[in-house]
Unconditional design. Sequence first.
Length: 363
Amino acid sequence: MVDNNYLIDWLSFTIQTDINGIGKSAVKGFLEKMGLDNLPFLEKETGRHGYNRSLTIQNYINVYYNEVKFNQFDKENTGKLDRIISMGVHFEFSGKGCRILEKEKNWLEWFEIFDTMNVRYSRLDIALDDFHGLLDFDFMEEKIKKGEVISLSRTRNIDGSLDFKKAEKLDNNGNSKGKTIYFGNRQSLMMIRFYDKKREQEEKKIFCPYDFWQRYEIVLKREKATDFINKLEKGADFAKLYLEVLAGLIRFVDRGSDKNKARWKTSEFWSNFIKSSEGVRLERKNLDPSIDKTIKWIDESVLTSLQLLVEVAKKGDLDLLEILKNSRVREKSDRQKSMLNEFDLLNEEQKQEIFNKIKDLAV
């Protein structure tokens, strides 16, 4: 009988580079450092995610990069060149790509290598392959419909609301092709996805040797992925950490008389599944302090000065807003350029937090 298995099923990251990190020769240098330069990559003159070139192994491993001619960039286009440089080189490893990595080294050895390469993690999918029927999707669906599940993240839910979705495809005879249960969505920093892996394989006409196969997947992005990896590097056990993260996101409960659902008893099936694990929260990156400091400076100094200018301009029958619109563009300082780059690296939730701070300046 095959054992249940905890695994990494997707990994993507970007290697930060300077002007010397652009082009195929630089990419080959990164592959050599990883020991992957002997793999049969196919070169393509197309890319994704804004890149114009790529290397691929049957989409199991994809490497995206930019190939540029520097004589295309004059002084007026240096901003575009800076943006291309800031994109770095992006690596994606699908499930099968992760299996290729595992044949070469264990994950801690890989993370140690990545640490030396200035990588910024984009996404990490961690999963449990269940071959024994630990969870009953129909039973879970009924619990969810009755409101007997609680989200435990800081916002009381995974992504602003307890976003539950069930997907089920039917064949021509009306028979189920397998269910998928989601918590969160693709824009979330964390998303849970439970699905019938056996049915998925059969749908793709891939032979499945198992009588039963469900996969319970947690998608971690950016700083959440980074924190999970950091915890592994500090000695955390993968399986235990996986269950702790899941336990920190959702909890199935049995309906009680208390109006506060948080005090309802944890369902026995869920407690058994997570092995009574205590929930752990993965860290979230704080706002860049220089940006936060600048917003405070605008609030305390700049707005006061602007309000004074507005009053003076009115006395001279001048439209200050129109003057500002038509004024010449000043060159940004290196510090200001760095702050803009830092802002671009923030996720949408963090950007919205900054936008809200700016809105608050008018209050």
